[in-house]
Design a protein around this ligand. Structure first.
Ligand SMILES: [Zn+2]
Length: 211
């Protein structure tokens, strides 16, 4: 295996082709022409991503089960769930907004979290999950459609507006949504598809997988 020629990597800033070198833990490789960061050695980043993804999964479930808000208008208490809000929009002829909310705040984040766990949990236990290239491609493709933070902002704006005319009680799901927003951002910043291939390569070389 050590006789393998070094892989080539193109600088994303200036396109210069360079040979990859093995980095010490925590090391960084920079482009020799323009100095842009090419890659870094972060062996714990996959474990971090997995931890964030698992936390996101728990928060996601709570955010979808419990009420987002309690609204008391003219003495009538009312609890709003995320799903209830989507249905309200749908029932009031706001189909596009209902669909967009459902896709960006529920479906895409759910898919993202599930795929992350599907990918990273087996790797943690030295099993290579099937269909890694496809999963990575889908994760890349749906990324722009996950907009939990936009939804979160929308809720905060409506709370401010509604608080003039009614009493708003923040629900468990609202706090969970806030946490979910942070966890998804943490997954996005810690996860690097490169690390997935590196870990598999490393373990195959060490003979830890016998596929
Ligand atoms: Zn460069």
């Amino acid at each position: 295996m050590s006789m393998q020629p070094a892989k080539l990597i193109a600088c994303h800033e200036c396109d210069l082709l360079q040979r990859e070198i093995h980095l010490p833990t925590g090391g960084e490789a920079h482009c020799s022409r323009c100095g842009a960061l090419l890659y870094r050695s972060s062996p714990r980043s996959l474990d971090n991503s997995l931890a964030f993804a698992l936390a996101a999964a728990i928060l996601f479930v709570i955010a979808n089960i419990y009420p987002l808000l309690g609204i008391e208008m003219k003495g009538n208490p009312n609890a709003t769930h995320l799903f209830g809000a989507v249905r309200y929009l749908w029932d009031h002829e706001m189909h596009l907004i209902a669909a967009l909310t459902c896709i960006t705040a529920v479906l895409v984040p759910a898919l993202e979290i599930m795929m992350m766990i599907y990918l990273l949990l087996p790797l943690r236990f030295r099993v290579i999950p099937a269909g890694i290239p496809l999963i990575l491609r889908i994760l890349q493709g749906i990324k722009p459609w996950g907009m939990v933070e936009v939804f979160m902002l929308g809720i905060l704006v409506s709370i401010v507006k509604l608080s003039d005319t009614s009493t708003i009680i923040p629900g468990v799901a609202l706090w969970s949504f806030g946490g979910l927003t942070l966890m998804l951002a943490a997954v996005a910043s810690s996860f690097n598809p490169r690390d997935v291939w590196n870990r598999i390569e490393q373990r195959v070389e060490n003979g830890e997988y016998n596929e």
